[in-house]
Write a protein that binds this ligand. Structure first.
Ligand SMILES: Cc1cc2nc3c(=O)[nH]c(=O)nc-3n(C[C@H](O)[C@H](O)[C@H](O)COP(=O)(O)OP(=O)(O)OC[C@H]3O[C@@H](n4cnc5c(N)ncnc54)[C@H](O)[C@@H]3O)c2cc1C
Length: 462
């Protein structure tokens, strides 16, 4: 059987940064990375907008799986903050979490991100303006790599790692088994042994993760899902905000239900895209750093957080059911003009044609009120009117709403403060652990676990 010091399942940011830190700190360490998807250059989504207009359900989704994980074609926004993006700080402490996120940022910058900008909410007058209008701006620094530079950074990291780490692409791990002296992963290419095993399977691996936790009797908890829409409007409406902050995380508490609605993943001059998670098509967005690829539109999500209480545990299923309903009615993503939604009428191709906005995604014109629960839709409408006060034009008739956007939270895996399961030598990191939901937190969790494993082995030797 093939033997390694460390086995890593998943080559997303969590897995990549675990491998990076292990090989940097201990040259010669034997590391294997198993990835269900393709190497970076072979990750090509067949949707070209001409011949293939919607998701054809590839065996592994080029957007979600492969080297770089779900983040490979993302906007590459690395938010350095404990205020959102995960709860890593609850495990490793706030100062250390921030320090590791800054370390990840340095690595990204030195691997192709040199010319990108770090934005910050510190000292912005916009914070006061938000407060005066019932909105709350969260604190963060954000490095915007952009989809193009993010790709270059990943390519550079892969070039550096490929000589030091054994990558097994198109190799989904089927099972993880505990052995006397370590861990065994079972794949279609055989079984592999490692003294330690780090699982970093992200959101796309959530169902598999659940199964593995069941097999190994690792407790899990699942009770949160965020549901909403992606808003697209002329870039000028938000330019005074995005030019200064690039991305602003704004939270609003609805008057009607006291629900929290927040902006998420803001893409100035970007494009709306579809996302396929386990066959369910939802909406997302990204943008390029290259001026030549910028659009006339800005998009961002408006999400309502649903935290369920007893006896309901399956929050992801709830989110999936809503996404399925939109897929059923629209054959994928539905788009509706804000004006149509307010007037209680569906958007049609003709109404969209007449609008002063050209959608960046071809989606089915429809009626989101037939898909979204009333409480969620009411919250989104309230927040659009609140945003209209700080960015007049947000509530224009032609503002487009794409639905649905669902932010699935992986169930939280029971972990100790070192992200180790109740089984020694088995770690779960990144979005698959439920601890993180962002590029920076997932990457930082990988660095943390790599350092912990190395320190632990040194300690054992002494
Ligand atoms: C379109 C899009 C845009 C985004 N934009 C941003 C952004 O700008 N900023 C931000 O902070 N976050 C963004 N995100 C979220 C971000 O990408 C994730 O938080 C991050 O990638 C999580 O990293 P991870 O390593 O935990 O998991 P992932 O990146 O999901 O990687 C997990 C990897 O594991 C592999 N895998 C799964 N199961 C198995 C298995 N059984 N065997 C082997 N391999 C397996 C998958 O193929 C995948 O490649 C975006 C996500 C999407 C989809």
């Amino acid at each position: 059987m093939n033997g390694y010091d460390v086995l890593i399942v998943g080559a997303g940011p969590g897995g990549i940064f675990t491998a990076y830190e292990l090989t940097k700190q201990k040259p010669g360490i034997r590391v294997a990375v198993f990835e269900a998807g393709n190497p970076l250059e072979k990750r090509i989504c067949p949707i070209d907008g001409v011949k293939v207009k919607s998701c054809v359900g590839c065996p592994t989704c080029a957007i979600m799986n492969g080297f770089g994980g779900a983040g490979a074609f993302s906007d590459g926004k690395y938010n350095i903050t404990n205020d959102f993006g995960g709860t890593l700080h609850r495990y490793i402490g706030k100062a250390q979490a921030l320090q590791l996120m800054r370390y990840v940022d340095e690595i990204n910058v030195s691997h192709g991100g040199e010319k990108t900008r770090l934005y910050s909410t510190a000292n912005t007058a916009f914070k006061k303006e938000c407060l005066q209008n019932g909105l709350h701006l969260l604190d963060a620094s954000v490095r915007h790599l952009g989809t193009d530079i993010n790709y270059e950074v990943l390519k550079s990291l892969y070039d550096e790692l490929s000589g030091k780490v054994d990558f097994y692409f198109r190799t989904p791990v089927q099972d993880v088994k505990k052995k006397d002296t370590g861990w065994e992963v079972i794949t279609g290419k055989g079984a592999f042994f490692g003294e330690k095993c780090v699982i970093s399977v992200g959101r796309s691996g959530s169902k598999w993760m659940e199964k593995i936790c069941g097999n190994l009797s690792i407790p899990t908890l699942s009770n949160r899902v965020d549901i909403g829409v992606r808003v697209e409007l002329p870039a000028d409406v938000f330019s005074h905000i995005t030019d200064e902050l690039y991305e602003s995380k704004i939270v609003y508490c609805t008057e009607k239900y006291q629900d929290l609605v927040r902006t998420f993943c803001m893409n100035p001059r970007g494009a709306v895209v579809t996302e396929n998670t386990n066959g369910i098509v939802t909406v997302n967005g990204h943008s390029y750093e290259d001026p030549g690829k910028k659009t006339e539109c800005t998009n961002f999500a408006l999400l309502v957080s649903k935290q369920f209480t007893e006896p309901f545990h399956d929050s992801n299923n709830y989110g999936e059911s809503i996404a399925r309903l939109s897929n059923m009615l629209g054959g994928g993503v539905i788009v509706q003009r804000f004006g149509d939604l307010i007037r209680g009428q569906r958007s049609t191709a003709e109404r969209l044609e007449r609008a002063f906005m050209t959608p960046t995604l071809t989606a089915t014109p429809g009626d989101l009120s037939l898909v979204m629960p009333k409480r969620i839709l009411d919250g989104i409408i309230e927040m659009i009117y609140a945003l209209d006060k700080i960015a007049p034009g947000t509530a224009n008739d032609d503002t487009l709403l794409y639905g649905v956007e669902v932010k699935f939270y992986n169930m939280e895996v029971e972990l100790d403060r070192n992200l180790q399961t109740r089984h020694k030598g088995l770690f779960v990191i990144g979005d698959g652990s439920g601890v993180t939901h962002s590029l920076s937190h997932a990457s930082a969790s990988g660095v943390y676990v790599a350092r912990y494993m190395l320190n632990e082995s040194e300690g054992e030797k002494q």
